[in-house]
Design a protein around this ligand. Structure first.
Ligand code: FE2
Length: 261
């Protein structure tokens, strides 16, 4: 399996604090069957700054250490980039990193709302041939209340990543419901862990895929896993499987929203 959103690099943010934490996480990932992890330390979120060069240097060093201790996991470079006014200029200054050298970038909205200029930003990123993936929209209060607003962002050219812990109830019932509802209405393209620490917040990727298989069928697991691989291969995501019966009503509502525009 491939995990495109993690905080596994030590000492850069609120994820792994030390090499031992990183090693624990890498071993836990390997034992779940995760082979490639994209490290996405927080960047420009008001607390943490981890520019492209910092992340690349840390990733290189950690991969050497993992090889030395024989843990069969490869770390690739990335960032979880907070949406901010300077984002496009920061891209031109080479401070930002796409995911694993691809054209996909992981962007994070504030947890309370969708920024006003979000659609414009998505268009600007698309013009730069970048494909924005919105991190855990199920944890954004405005999306929870108005999921059709996430659908509008996707229509504008964004993709969305749901977090394993949200699907598995780790952030409470409301976020859990939001996560499943977004997934079942076709608003989610990738599942990933946003892992920070093996005890506080581990991977649970296998567990989440198993839950998705039970509720939505194997074709959705294949779709989501194939998309995670497409990030590494820098190719387009697959077409989505047909919506499950239970979600057709919501899909209809979203479809009518787009039809009106
Ligand atoms: Fe994260």
């Amino acid at each position: 399996m491939i995990d495109i959103h993690t905080h596994i690099l030590p000492g850069l943010d609120d994820g792994a604090a030390s090499w031992n934490d990183t090693l624990d996480m890498a071993q836990a990932a390997a034992s779940e069957g995760i082979t490639t992890i994209i490290a996405t330390p927080h960047h420009a979120n008001g607390t943490y700054t981890n520019t492209a060069q910092d992340v690349a240097e840390h990733t290189h060093a950690i991969n050497e250490q993992l090889i030395a201790v024989g843990v069969p996991v490869t770390i690739r470079t990335g960032q979880e980039i907070r949406v901010h006014d300077d984002l496009l200029d920061a891209w031109y200054r080479n401070e930002l990193l796409p995911l694993a050298g691809s054209s996909y970038v992981l962007i994070e909205m504030p947890s309370s709302r969708i920024p006003k200029a979000m659609i414009e930003l998505i268009h600007e990123l698309n013009i730069l041939k970048l494909k924005p993936i919105i991190a855990h929209p199920e944890r954004n209060a405005e999306v929870v209340k108005h999921p059709e607003r996430l659908a509008e962002l996707i229509e504008a050219g964004a993709f969305a990543q749901v977090t394993t812990h949200s699907l598995l109830g780790g952030f409470g019932k409301r976020i859990e419901q939001s996560a499943w509802s977004l997934l079942q209405t076709g608003c989610i393209h990738i599942v990933s862990s946003d892992a920070h620490h093996i005890v506080r917040r581990g991977f649970r990727l296998r567990e989440a895929y198993d839950a998705i298989e039970r509720r939505m069928g194997e074709q959705w697991v294949n779709y989501l896993q194939s998309n995670a691989k497409s990030v590494l291969d820098d190719i387009s995501f697959q077409n989505q499987p047909a919506a499950s019966e239970s979600s057709k009503g919501l899909v209809h509502r979203f479809a009518s929203l787009f039809y009106k525009r």
